[in-house]
Design a protein around this ligand. Sequence first.
Ligand SMILES: Nc1ncnc2c1ncn2[C@@H]1O[C@H](COP(=O)(O)OP(=O)(O)O)[C@@H](O)[C@H]1O
Ligand SMILES: [Mg+2]
Length: 209
Amino acid sequence: MGKVVAFTNPKGGVGKSTLSVHLAARLWEKGSKVALVDADVQGSSSDWIREAIPELELIRLQSPDEMLEEIPQLKTRFDHIVIDGPAGLSDVTRAALFVTDVSFLPCGPSALDLRAANNVIRVLRQAQAIRQGPPVAVLIPNKLQARYRLSRELVEIGRTLGIPVMSGLRLLQAYADAAGQGKVVWRMGAGAEAATCEMNQFLEELVRV
Ligand SMILES: Nc1ncnc2c1ncn2[C@@H]1O[C@H](COP(=O)(O)OP(=O)(O)O)[C@@H](O)[C@H]1O
Ligand SMILES: [Mg+2]
């Protein structure tokens, strides 16, 4: 049975699509059977992955019914299913929390951003209570500017929310440029070395969750 991971945060611009595309691409390059599920009507990860890795299986699911019915089917065909969640605390996000094994919550670097993740954490807890355990949840601070100083505060907030916090990603131009170029950072060449190095470490951490 395949493993399902979902990037869920109703707030837009926190890195759900960026992280979904990079994780799916890395798993695919390692030889796994991967499906990227684009659950956002904007379809930004669909456009991106089609350019970056046209061979990677891309599935668009935009209703809670599709999510609840099709993900279990996909688990029988793929090793990894990566869900790029929609903006807004929609029924699609709720449905994703009922079918995913891991819920990654990317969020902005400030305490305010983290606290704003509270509404999705509430829904996450509902899913965990009904499912008697899953999904596992992890916070991913993104766009960090002063990584080490901030992370202590973020880890502290994660503790009060009862959710582990990953080391996260810095705010780097290469990440912002990647979507426009239709590439993943490790294929961008000169100028993207720092992002490539950071992303490599980050993805190693991510696949261990
Ligand atoms: N660590 C980062 N550094 C710089 N830009 C980033 C970073 N993460 C994401 N971005 C940019 O921020 C914007 C929002 O990211 P995106 O992945 O589309 O978020 P979401 O899917 O949550 O709306 C995009 O333009 C993206 O390129
Ligand atoms: Mg997105």
